[in-house]
Design a binder for this molecule. Structure first.
Ligand SMILES: [Zn+2]
Length: 278
């Protein structure tokens, strides 16, 4: 954080040029009062910046993603329909694809939960330069602060979109105090998205005991976001293992009903570790 630089003794630069002469050359008490006012404004601004930095510092994505999801139009995106923002200059066919992906992804989330409590804004880029501009990286898509989803040119797909929307939906259903480990959040997103990279298609063949492509290794799965990012980038099978674990848990607990019950009990203050034993 920058230190507060005291203003020069009699600077009036913040008065508008050509403005009211009496303000710029006012009496001594009025000048002192103006200086005090300016100082308080600076202190307030610095405090505000500090609070913002602290808030944003706690999440994986910061400015400009936060700014882009707050004002997509400021980052070269057009609102195709309420809640769906796409890169400027796309063709009609590309617009159609964006609508289709948004609709299919919403149907997957609703189909899984029965209802949908969240309706995150979707920000869709079809060029890497657009995606970088709104703060994206090498990922295909990402949920931002549980209120928006950004899709890269590699993520305009119902699987990726519904995966990210699943994160938003789960967190919309959890009270702020309730928490699930990252492996559960990610594994559930794979199940909701029905991602064929990590689970066999639904329903599992009668001959198969479950939908797992990779069985958990017996090692604990990543709990925090930091642990998850480290593990998943070192070993892509982390998604498949987590999805297997969540899929097996759902099979053994009545699927949707079991998940909704889990959410209710987490919101009532019961710890995850006592509710989900694998
Ligand atoms: Zn995810």
């Amino acid at each position: 954080m920058d230190e507060i630089t005291p203003p020069p003794a009699d600077q009036n630069a913040d008065f508008p040029a050509g403005g009211d002469g009496t303000r710029a050359t006012g009496s001594a008490p009025r000048r002192r009062s103006a200086r005090r006012g300016r100082r308080w404004w600076k202190i307030l601004l610095v405090a505000l910046v500090a609070v913002l930095a602290a808030t944003v510092g706690g999440v994986a994505l910061a400015y400009p993603s936060l700014a882009a999801t707050t004002c997509p139009g400021c980052y070269g995106l057009t609102e195709l329909r309420p809640g769906l923002h796409v890169e400027d200059g796309l063709t009609e066919a590309q617009h159609g694809r964006a609508r289709e992906v948004a609709d299919q992804a919403a149907r997957r989330v609703t189909g899984f939960y029965g209802t949908r409590l969240s309706s995150p804004d979707l920000l869709v880029c079809l060029t890497e330069s657009c995606y970088r501009r709104i703060g994206g990286g090498r990922e295909r898509g990402v949920a931002v602060l549980n209120r928006s989803v950004m899709l890269s040119p590699r993520g305009l797909d119902p699987v990726i979109a519904s995966h990210e929307m699943s994160h938003v939906e789960l967190h919309a259903r959890l009270t702020s105090a309730a928490a699930v480990p990252q492996w559960f959040d990610e594994g559930l997103a794979v199940v909701v998205a029905d991602d064929p990279r990590y689970l066999t298609p639904q329903p599992a063949p009668a001959s198969a005991p479950d939908r797992c492509l990779v069985a958990p290794s017996g090692q604990p799965l990543p709990v925090t976001l930091e642990e998850w990012l480290r593990a998943a980038s070192a070993d892509p099978a982390t998604y498949a293992r987590s999805a297997c674990q969540v899929s097996r848990w759902l099979d053994g607990h009545g699927g949707r009903a079991g998940l909704l019950d889990l959410i209710t009990r987490l919101n009532a203050g019961e710890p995850f570790a006592t509710l989900v034993r694998m």
